[in-house]
Design a protein around this ligand. Structure first.
Ligand code: ATP
Length: 919
């Protein structure tokens, strides 16, 4: 006896017999755990939560932001200049202020980053908590639902298709459970589970057939199991320190922006060194106050820092967050900010038909029984009892005050009511004793009912599938063999109904019952219903918009080939180039290579099973397409995961589909996908405006300083000036630029973005021109002051510096207005103008006012203030004020017209060049 216990202890969970399992986990299989046991175990094992699901504290997030490479550069630079100042022993007031400003900028950036991080975490968890996960458990002899966090080892739980396994469990009763373990093992094929103990040793996870692992998904069947591993002790808890990485991963755009900023960071160091070198060279020319090398170092460090667009990463985060909220208002719930970008990049949308392209408001339009077509208003209950029995009994839909059930079933019940069939009474009198539920693979539903002590099978389903299983027919109550001739008549009817876009439902029954596997065999054909499901009126336009935006729309449906094609034509999904339809059966007969070839001309897939969807995504992706796929059922989850953007239906979607998808459509409407793409593209465009604005404003500042230093051997801006510029440009103006109103024009004649495309593509010209004019006018302010003022004026140099300061700060405040679609090619602007009326970016306007007021305060003619900023406004002649402001403002028209002129010239020359080439 003792020996057995020792052996048991060495056994793995999958090797234990049921008794040994219950003994080890101290649970009575009849009763489950008791309340006391649960409390004790909770104390030992804690909550059933994965380590990564615990949220990091705000303080931790805040401190982590300092590890951002850009913050690190700033901190290192600040500390360096502090050390130098201390070593030299001349830490003057402006040095201290400079250091404080650097610290201030780092901290402000960290605060903004922290707020954004916390907000986005809360958003993601608010989406998660909407679907609170519960599981059916046996405790104290009672079955009840509890939140999965409360599970402890020893709990006996019931898991069914559509559930994620809530902990590691040993299966004790298995009913054909098919589990997708790809989250854990990476294996794509679902595993059929078992409940027998296994004797082998050292099994890999995939071979432990009697174990269901936490976070894997039950695709089919159900099982009863005993929990043995929870939270961090589960397999996934042990290996996955961070299963929510997808939410924390950098988006491709963030990654690109970080790369860009790092490159600029390196350039800025070089520029800083040049600045330091030049100013050291000309130091005898400089004001006494700045001559010391620690002051020069601080200026060089500030200037270098000012070149780095450190707020870019935050801007990307904020823009994505704002877009997430905007999209939620348009029924597109984004679960992972990464998918906003991917949505903007997709070039294929694979969409379901029913409910997404159509209204899912079904009604019967055509009835076929006794081998005749009958008008809906003329259906006759008296002579077609079995036909209506089938409608009433093989259905779960109920119409009372509310309509409950699937739209297909509701439509048929409405027909029954029209025919005065009391379906509720039939259901009461003829009890259902067994059933095979509808699934999208068999495309049929069957019930077994007891009628006057006899058992009857009633089946309904896709007409062609039902017909395949019929051997007899019923005409006017008389059962006869179903001949090949009869089948032809029915197929003709199918095609006739389908060519009118009707959805077809076949009805059949039989009197005798056999084993369950044969319920659906040798049926008696009763007739069919042709059901209308009108397309959503807004979809046609949305498909057109998608086409103009270079996005191909592919319909994937379980419906009949002809019906699917008719609906697709009505919606403009098929065209001359893509006019073929492939059925699920054909997909199975084609090799992957042939499917890829067929795909080139096919926009409609009919009678497909969910597995085919994953195959279609695979083929499309192997041809370098970026694919969005919609889905609602549990079985759709592999294709939702595989697609670049998995889109679940909010109304008709299963919990699992929502869980594994990247995006949820709260109105199930295809049009919302298109508005999601529109938002995705807009975010990218707006972020590019911010990037180009920041780079231009930052570079012009250091170029101006270098220009004046090289030509006039003077340092025009102090470190405080430079740091204030960072504050205005980076913190106040650049962020609202990214929050402008959305433009519909992004979808016009524009192919989707190339994933690898540089963020700088298409914005180099505007950056160059802006930098050029900003620096030129700042330089002119400096030079003209010397020209205008008498040599005897002792404040000439100080006024000149004020001019540079005004041009370098007010310039960007004004020309920020250009950073919207102004820089689009003119031809595109004209084309889109009709759709997009000019929309003011109110965020930007209000932040511009804030920037103007703040800067004007720094310019007040107060001696102490002037001394602090190291320029002079006290007693500055009014004409200089006028000149400086004028030269700040005129940068805007110069950049605008200069840009357009240059663009025209370039396109003129490139046209000429290609004309010459073609001659
Ligand atoms: P989609 O895949 O585009 O959302 P679908 O609803 O046409 O569309 P399925 O739900 O797989 O795809 O349905 C396929 C066919 O099965 C339908 O055309 C219909 O004939 C039949 N069908 C649908 N619902 C039921 C049901 N509840 N009972 C029996 N048969 C059904």
């Amino acid at each position: 006896m003792e020996e057995k216990v020792i052996i048991d202890e060495d056994l793995e969970w999958y090797q234990l017999s049921n008794d040994a399992l219950f003994e080890r986990l101290e649970v009575n299989p009849e009763k489950g755990l008791s309340k006391d046991q649960v409390l004790k175990k909770r104390e030992i094992f804690g909550e059933n939560i994965l380590p990564s699901s615990k949220k990091p504290s705000i303080l931790l997030i805040f401190f982590k932001t300092f590890l951002d490479p850009l913050s690190l550069i700033m901190i290192v630079a600040g500390v360096l200049s502090l050390i130098i100042s201390l070593v030299v022993g001349k830490l003057t007031a402006p040095d201290i202020v400079g250091l404080i400003i650097i610290a201030f900028i780092v901290i402000i950036n960290s605060i903004i980053a922290t707020v954004q991080e916390v907000k986005s975490q809360n958003y993601v968890s608010s989406l998660d908590s909407k679907e609170k996960k519960v599981i059916l458990v046996l405790r104290d002899s009672v079955k009840k639902e509890i939140p999965i966090e409360q599970l402890v080892p020893g709990d006996i739980i019931y898991v069914k298709a559509g559930d994620f396994v809530p902990a590691d469990i040993r299966i004790i009763e298995n009913q054909l459970a098919l589990i997708d373990e790809s989250a854990l093992t990476g294996e794509n094929e679902p595993v059929l589970k078992d409940d027998e103990a296994i004797t082998s040793n050292n099994l890999v996870l995939g071979d432990q057939k009697n174990i269901a692992f936490m976070s894997t998904l039950v695709m089919e069947g159900k099982l009863l199991g005993v929990v043995f591993g929870t939270g961090k002790d589960s397999q996934i808890g042990k290996i996955a320190t961070n299963i929510t990485t997808s939410n924390k991963e950098k988006t491709p755009l963030e990654a690109k922006v970080i790369r860009l900023t790092t490159i600029i960071g390196i350039i800025s160091l070089i520029l800083g060194l040049i600045l330091f070198g030049l100013s050291w060279l000309f130091k005898d020319n400089l004001d006494e106050g700045v001559r010391s090398w620690n002051r020069l170092m601080l200026i060089a460090v500030s200037a270098a820092i000012s070149v780095i667009p450190e707020s870019l990463t935050i801007i990307v985060k904020i823009c994505l967050m704002v877009a997430t909220k905007k999209m939620a208002r348009k029924n597109v719930l984004i679960k992972n900010p990464k998918s906003i970008e991917t949505l903007g990049n997709i070039n294929v949308i694979c969409t379901d038909k029913t409910g997404t392209l159509t209204q899912n408001k079904m009604s019967v339009d055509k009835v076929f029984y006794n081998f005749k077509e009958t008008l809906v208003n003329e259906v006759d209950l008296e002579n077609n009892k079995e036909f209506f029995n089938c409608i009433a009994l093989c259905s779960d839909a109920v119409i009372s005050k509310k309509k409950l059930g699937s739209p297909t079933e509701l439509a048929s019940i409405e027909l029954a009511i029209k025919a005065k069939c009391n379906y509720k009474k039939l259901r009461k009198d003829y009890k259902r004793i067994d059933e095979i539920p509808f699934d999208s693979k068999r495309k049929m539903m069957t019930t077994l009912n007891l009628i006057d002590d006899k058992k009857f099978v009633y089946s309904k389903g896709a007409l062609d599938y039902v017909l395949k299983n019929c051997s007899y027919k019923l005409i006017d109550g008389v059962k006869t063999k179903l001949t090949e001739e009869d089948k032809k008549v029915i197929i003709n009817t199918i095609e006739n109904f389908a060519s009118q876009g009707l959805r077809l439902l076949g009805l059949a029954y039989k009197e005798k019952t056999m084993p369950k596997e044969r319920y659906e065999k040798d049926l008696i054909f009763l007739g069919a219903l042709g059901i209308i499901d009108p397309p959503r009126p807004e979809v046609k336009e949305a498909v057109e918009i998608a086409r103009n935006a270079g996005i191909r729309v592919i319909m994937i449906t379980g419906d009949h080939k002809i019906t699917a094609h008719v609906i697709a034509s009505r919606l403009g999904i098929v065209d001359d180039e893509h006019n073929d339809v492939i059925t699920g059966q054909e997909i199975e007969e084609l090799s992957d290579e042939d499917l890829k070839i067929k795909l080139k001309t096919t926009n409609v897939f009919a009678r497909v099973n969910p597995e085919h969807k994953a195959l279609i995504v695979d083929c499309l992706q192997s041809e370098k397409n970026i694919v969005a796929m919609t889905g609602d059922g549990v079985n759709d989850s592999p294709s939702l995961v595989k697609a670049d953007v998995g889109i679940a239906m909010g109304i008709n979607g299963s919990g699992v589909a929502k869980e594994v998808s990247d995006v949820i459509l709260s109105d199930d409407n295809f049009k919302s996908i298109i508005s999601g793409v529109n938002s995705g593209r807009n975010v990218y465009e707006k972020i590019k405006y911010s990037i180009s604005f920041l780079i231009a404003a930052n570079i012009s500042q250091i170029i101006t300083i270098l220009l004046i230093l090289a030509i006039e051997k003077d340092l025009a801006l102090s470190s405080v000036n430079i740091l204030f510029h960072i504050f205005i440009v980076e913190t106040i103006i650049a962020i609202p630029i990214g929050m402008g109103k959305e433009r519909k024009g992004v979808m016009n004649n524009k192919p989707p973005l190339n994933k690898k495309e540089s963020v700088l593509k298409g914005i180099i010209l505007q950056i160059t021109l802006t930098t050029l004019f900003n620096s030129i006018f700042a330089f002119l302010n400096y030079q003209l002051t010397f020209l205008i003022l008498d040599t005897t004026n002792p404040y000439r140099a100080d006024f000149a510096k004020t001019g540079v300061y005004i041009a370098i700060i007010f310039g960007p405040i004004f020309y920020a207005l250009l950073y919207n679609d102004t820089f689009l090619p003119i031809s595109l602007r004209i084309k889109t103008a009709k759709k997009d009326k000019f929309k003011l970016n109110y965020y930007l306007i209000s932040f511009m006012f804030l920037a103007i007021i703040t800067t004007v305060i720094t310019l007040l003619p107060i001696e102490k203030l002037n001394a602090f900023f190291e320029f002079r406004t006290e007693n500055m002649p009014y004409y200089l004020w006028l000149l400086f402001f004028l030269f700040s403002f005129v940068q805007l028209p110069f950049i605008y017209f200069g840009y357009n002129l240059l663009k025209k010239t370039i396109s003129y020359y490139s046209k000429n060049k290609s004309a010459i080439k073609s001659q």
